[in-house]
Design a protein around this ligand. Structure first.
Ligand SMILES: NC(=O)c1ccc[n+]([C@@H]2O[C@H](COP(=O)([O-])OP(=O)(O)OC[C@H]3O[C@@H](n4cnc5c(N)ncnc54)[C@H](O)[C@@H]3O)[C@@H](O)[C@H]2O)c1
Length: 386
């Protein structure tokens, strides 16, 4: 029997979840909820989904639904996730888990009490070559990890006419670029190295302090060419550079930007060990570069015959049949539904294949430390247990 799923949110990522659920083969979307019934019905018609709700709380009453995916804007994550848990449904939330530490702490607590499977969509760890890199590091093939470096750059907010709810702290949270995309980079490097961020020094900048909002609404990533604009003041960061220290002794740096023309979804992780280094680029996700000092460098291709046994389940096709962003999402859902089938509401996030709410909470602690560091212009320790 397929696991029955409900999706809340019909914007950019909601439909991506619908497609990914269907591609797992082990689950089906039976209902969708939007900000109004017309939006929900449109999406339901497009994807052949049985039921459409204009209010997600009606979906929570649906006894057939076992799992709900929360694909709404950030400011709604806390209240909707809480309602899903209190309705006794398993919950897969889009990131960030909430917009404050108090919110994420409460969500971890009530999810544990309810015993529901809980996950946060840190999807980049579910690419085959990221899994392969994790296996290589665990096997000691890079030696001692010394430096963890990289960037996550996008360009879809680089014009002052680019506007999205994310720029407003009331809707997106106090951090924008770091919470929105930097968190993906941090999750990925923590996952592959097994090292957790303990201290941060942050330099943030809002380089477009005023944006023009089209009076007509636009979906995420959409170009806005409507002539009728109003000016909006922006206080969330377009850019960040973070210096990082990790609990395993590594140090590092990451640059995050949503205003870099030509960089579309350029998440790059570079891991330098004592014996070898490695680089993974999301935009060429089927390749893993391995650097050597005393021999030729290598490029490992995503081919089941060439990668670690633990990474093979993340590849569904032979080498050369390239994997991309929708596949990472599908792989995440496969792991999440496996936990649902096994009734495993694990909070052990490093050994569990997907990030649970506990991991989402820990990411919020890093974001809080990062905001404090920027405000105080000094290093700040991440207070995971405060
Ligand atoms: N994991 C990833 O790679 C990834 C990628 C993109 C977005 N996201 C996350 O997904 C979330 C949504 O982002 P998006 O880009 O899809 O935004 P979006 O603005 O395109 O879509 C949000 C949707 O939520 C709907 N919505 C608002 N209030 C609602 C309510 N009360 N009930 C039901 N629906 C409601 C809106 O109408 C809209 O359709 C964000 O938290 C974002 O961080 C994650």
């Amino acid at each position: 029997m397929k696991i029955k799923v409900g999706i809340i949110g019909t914007g950019f990522v909601g439909p991506a979840h619908i497609e990914a659920v269907e591609r797992t083969g082990c689950a089906e979307v039976v209902a969708v909820a939007g900000s109004n019934v017309e939006a929900a019905q449109r999406t339901a018609r497009q994807y052949g989904i049985a039921r459409a709700y204009g209010d997600y709380r009606e979906m929570l009453q649906d006894p057939e639904i076992q799992c709900i995916h929360n694909c709404t804007p950030n400011h709604l994550h806390f209240s909707i996730n809480r309602d899903i848990i209190l309705a006794g449904k398993h919950v897969l939330s889009e990131k960030p888990l909430g917009t404050s530490r108090a919110e994420t702490e409460e969500l971890v607590r009530i999810a544990e009490e309810a015993g529901v499977v809980n996950g946060v969509c840190f999807n980049y760890r579910h690419y085959a070559m990221v899994q392969h890199l994790r296996a290589m590091i665990a096997d000691g093939r890079l030696g001692t990890i010394r430096l963890i470096r990289g960037h996550y750059l996008q360009d879809w907010l680089s014009k002052d006419s680019d506007y999205n709810w994310r720029v407003h702290p009331q809707l997106g949270g106090r951090s924008r670029a770091v919470a929105d995309i930097g968190s993906h980079w941090m999750d990925t490097v923590q996952f592959v190295t097994g090292q957790r961020i303990t201290e941060v020094f942050a330099d943030l900048a809002t380089l477009l302090p005023t944006r023009r909002r089209a009076k007509q609404r636009a979906a995420t990533f959409a170009e806005t060419s409507a002539p009728d604009f109003e000016e909006v003041e922006v206080h969330t960061e377009d850019y960040a550079t973070l210096l990082l220290r990790f609990d395993g002794g590594a140090v590092g740096t990451v640059t995050v930007s949503q205003i870099t023309p030509g960089r579309k979804n350029h998440l790059v992780c570079e891991i330098d060990g004592s014996d070898a280094s490695a680089m993974w680029d999301q935009e060429a996700s089927e390749r893993l570069w391995i650097g050597h000092r005393d021999g030729p460098n290598e490029i490992v291709m995503a081919d089941p015959a060439l990668i670690a046994a633990s990474a093979r389940p993340f590849l569904h096709y032979p080498g050369g049949h390239n994997q991309g962003w929708p596949d990472g999402l599908k792989n995440l859902m496969l792991r999440f539904y496996e936990a649902v089938r096994e009734g495993a509401a694990s909070t052990d996030t490093q050994s569990c294949g997907f990030a649970t709410f506990a991991e989402g909470h820990r990411m919020q602690c890093v974001i809080d430390a990062m905001l404090e560091s920027h405000a105080r212009r000094q290093w700040v320790s991440v207070a995971y247990d405060a």
